[in-house]
Design a protein around this ligand. Structure first.
Ligand code: VHF
Length: 481
């Protein structure tokens, strides 16, 4: 038997309940169930991420539209979630397929122990042959612990369980160069190698439906998270869920490297629902036809475990502003970058050592001539015999009063929000006050300034998501969760 694939399938609210009547869309749900059962019978492990609790709650309470207030939405989700899971259980029950309900908040997995407990529960359920059905635990989610939309939740789920595929099923059959509903010249994008690059080329103005919170932009964010974690991400239509089988088959023939997970068992002998032609990756047969979809290619050097956890699940509590030299040097590493104090030009907010921080850089034009000097200065920052960084401002060391519990650090050098862009995240090795005191200096001087040295790096496990070449296309990012 070949390798079994782990597949996450996400279904948004607009594919679960009718936008105005809020009736469950039974034909779509049944087709998803049949597809999942087929995949299970082919030996694959499947997790479903299902929105729809609020939509089902609206129907139950006979309300016309999604309310504005948070507590009303939470109440409706509490009403709808039970009925939603009962509906899934009923449909999967027709095929004797056991399911499990998993409700998560970002807070649940930003704690390392709870995250690992979640991973273990998923593993156990999948090894028992169960289909876990995930939704956000809306009842207790507030803005700072919310995933916000189930696209992000599905990407984090896929990254937690090291899935091979994430399918984002929605009301369009892929990513288009512009909104296909309003632009007849819109073209489907077939393959995306870099999410950051495609953002600059397409218009993602397709907002979510009136019930859901997603839309194309949140799907790109999800694709970015999932592909960075090594998960091939597919956007396709929920109207044709059985295309999932053909899409996997298609990629078995065409992916580079080919065939992440060939169908382990010929489906004709096992499929209870529909028959699918299965051929192995090594088969000389030509590739099957390509069902409409957009495929986002998984990173060949995925962020796994701690790094993915740091980048996507931890809620950043403060900000470290770095110079251009540090940005260039850190961008050379795909993940796990480490920041020397010489590259820090500002610190905002209060955080403790070990907490997650945003890494911001001041926007700068490509080809800026000062950049070479800053890169050299950052590269030289280890060696005390060389000249120090242009940012080794004496004020950063002399202006501090030694009070480590001083309030939120605010750099003397001020930046407007529009000047700064969030380029990555990492884990602080020192608290906000300490990093303020050592900013701009060489590592060898940390103990002289702080009285001790824990690490020569002030932030570790940094993933730079926006390299220098893409800065021009990014708008300022403020306090994103
Ligand atoms: N957790 C919420 C859904 C969140 C949401 O709107 O997600 P989506 O429909 O995927 O944009 C619910 O179950 O109603």
């Amino acid at each position: 038997m070949g390798k079994s694939c782990t597949i996450v399938i996400k279904l948004g609210t607009s594919s679960i309940v009718h936008e105005t009547t809020h009736q469950p869309l039974l034909s779509i749900l049944s087709s998803v169930v049949e597809t999942v059962v087929n995949l299970r019978n082919q030996g694959h492990k499947v997790v479903l991420v299902s929105s729809g609790a609020i939509g089902v709650g609206l129907k139950r309470m006979d309300l016309p539209s999604r309310p504005k207030g948070l507590s009303k939405k939470q109440a409706l989700a509490a009403i709808g979630q039970g009925r939603l899971i009962a509906l899934w259980d009923n449909l999967f029950g027709q095929f004797e397929q056991p399911i499990a309900q998993i409700l998560l908040t970002r807070g649940d997995i930003s704690d390392r122990t709870r995250y690992l407990n979640g991973v273990n529960t998923f593993k156990e359920l999948l090894s028992m042959g169960v289909v876990p059905i995930v939704n956000e635990n809306d009842t207790v989610s507030v803005s700072e612990i919310k995933f916000g939309d189930n696209d992000t939740l599905s990407a984090i789920t896929a990254s937690m369980i090291h899935a091979d595929y994430l399918f984002l099923l929605t009301d369009v059959d892929g990513l288009y160069t512009s909104n296909p509903r309003s632009d007849p010249d819109a073209k489907q994008v077939e393959t995306v190698e870099s999410v950051a690059a495609i953002r600059a080329q397409v218009s993602t103005s397709t907002a979510g439906s009136s019930l859901g919170t997603g839309g194309m932009e949140t799907k790109l964010i999800a694709a970015e998270i999932a592909t960075a974690a090594g998960v091939t991400t597919i956007i396709t239509s929920s109207q044709k869920a059985d295309n999932i089988l053909q899409i996997i088959e298609y990629h078995n023939h065409t992916l580079h490297p080919p065939s992440r997970c060939p169908s382990p068992i010929p489906s004709s002998s096992t499929s209870p629902v529909s028959s699918v032609t299965v051929s192995r990756a090594s088969s000389p047969q030509p590739a099957p036809p390509r069902p409409p979809h957009t495929a986002f290619v998984a990173s060949l050097t995925p962020l796994r475990d701690l790094k993915a956890w740091t980048s996507h699940t931890l809620f950043p509590v403060g900000t470290v502003i770095i110079d251009r030299g540090a940005h260039h040097v850190l961008s050379k590493r795909q993940s796990g970058g480490r920041l020397l104090p010489a590259g820090v030009i500002g610190v905002v907010g209060e955080f403790a050592s070990g907490q997650a921080v945003r890494i911001l850089v001041k926007k700068y034009p490509e080809g800026d001539t000062d950049i070479e000097e800053e890169k050299r200065a950052y590269d030289n920052a280890y060696d005390p015999s060389r000249p120090s960084s242009p940012h080794s401002a004496p004020s950063s060391t002399s202006s501090t009063n030694g009070d480590e519990d001083a309030g939120a650090s605010e750099d003397t050098q001020t930046f407007t929000d529009d000047e700064l862009v969030e380029v990555g995240r990492g884990l602080a090795n020192y608290n906000h006050a300490q990093i303020t005191r050592v900013k701009g200096i060489q590592s060898s001087r940390i103990s002289e300034v702080l009285g001790y040295t824990d690490s020569e790096y002030v932030v570790e496990n940094i993933t730079i998501r926006i390299p220098p070449g893409l800065l021009a296309t990014q708008s300022a990012v403020h306090a994103s969760p």
